[in-house]
Design a protein around this ligand. Structure first.
Ligand SMILES: [Ca+2]
Length: 173
C-alpha cells in the first residue's frame, strides 16, 4: 500500500504459526512489509502455591516451588482426579507458558492449564496437556493472557492423587 503524506490506513493480516507462541509484529518503513519476531518467555518461580489437598506436611503445596527436585506436592489419596494446585505470581502478569516437573511414579499426568485474576474464576487456556516423562521440567506454551494466578487442574494421574515436583510460570515482558 502507498500512503500520501499525512495519510494513515489500518492494515490487517493473518499469520498461522506452527505453534501457539507470542509474536511481536513491526512494520519496516513505509512499504508495508513486516517482521514477526517471537517473544521469549522468562520462566519464574511463583511466590506462593495453594493446593486442593495435601497428602501430609512433608508434601505441602510449597514443595512445588522450592527449587528442589527431591521434594514434591502430593494431594490427598483418593483426591484425583480431578485435583489441582494453583500458583500466585504476586501481581498481574502476561503469562505465555508453563514448565512443570511431575514425580516419576505419577506420569503420565494430564492437566488443564487455567489462569485467573482472583483465584476464584478460572479461564482454561490449555486442555489435556499430558506430561509423560517424570522428574524433569516439561514446557507448554499458549497464547499469552493476563492474570495473577495460574492453576494446574489435574484430570488424570498414574496414582490416586495429583502431584507436582516443581513449577515455573512463563512471563512476557
Ligand atoms: Ca520441589
Amino acid at each position: 500500500m502507498t500512503l500520501q503524506p499525512g495519510e494513515s490506513k489500518g492494515v490487517s493480516f493473518e499469520a498461522t504459526p506452527h505453534e501457539a507462541k507470542v509474536y511481536q509484529v513491526s512494520v519496516n518503513g513505509l512499504e508495508g512489509s513486516f517482521t514477526a519476531k517471537e517473544l521469549a518467555l522468562s520462566y519464574k518461580i511463583p511466590v506462593k502455591a495453594v493446593a486442593e489437598s495435601t497428602y501430609s506436611a512433608k508434601y505441602a503445596a510449597g514443595k512445588a516451588i522450592d527449587n528442589d527436585f527431591g521434594t514434591h506436592w502430593f494431594g490427598l489419596a483418593g483426591h484425583c482426579c480431578p485435583n489441582w494446585i494453583y500458583f500466585d505470581l504476586g501481581s498481574k502478569k502476561r503469562i505465555g507458558g508453563v514448565k512443570a516437573a511431575i514425580f516419576s511414579s505419577d506420569v503420565p499426568q494430564r492437566h488443564n492449564i487455567q489462569i485467573s485474576d482472583d483465584a476464584s474464576s478460572w479461564k482454561t487456556v490449555v486442555s489435556g496437556w499430558v506430561v509423560s516423562v517424570g522428574n524433569t521440567l516439561k514446557e507448554k506454551t499458549f497464547p499469552a493472557m493476563e492474570g495473577r494466578y495460574i492453576r494446574l487442574y489435574i484430570t488424570a494421574s498414574n496414582r490416586r492423587y495429583g502431584t507436582c515436583t516443581e513449577f515455573r510460570a512463563g512471563i512476557l515482558g
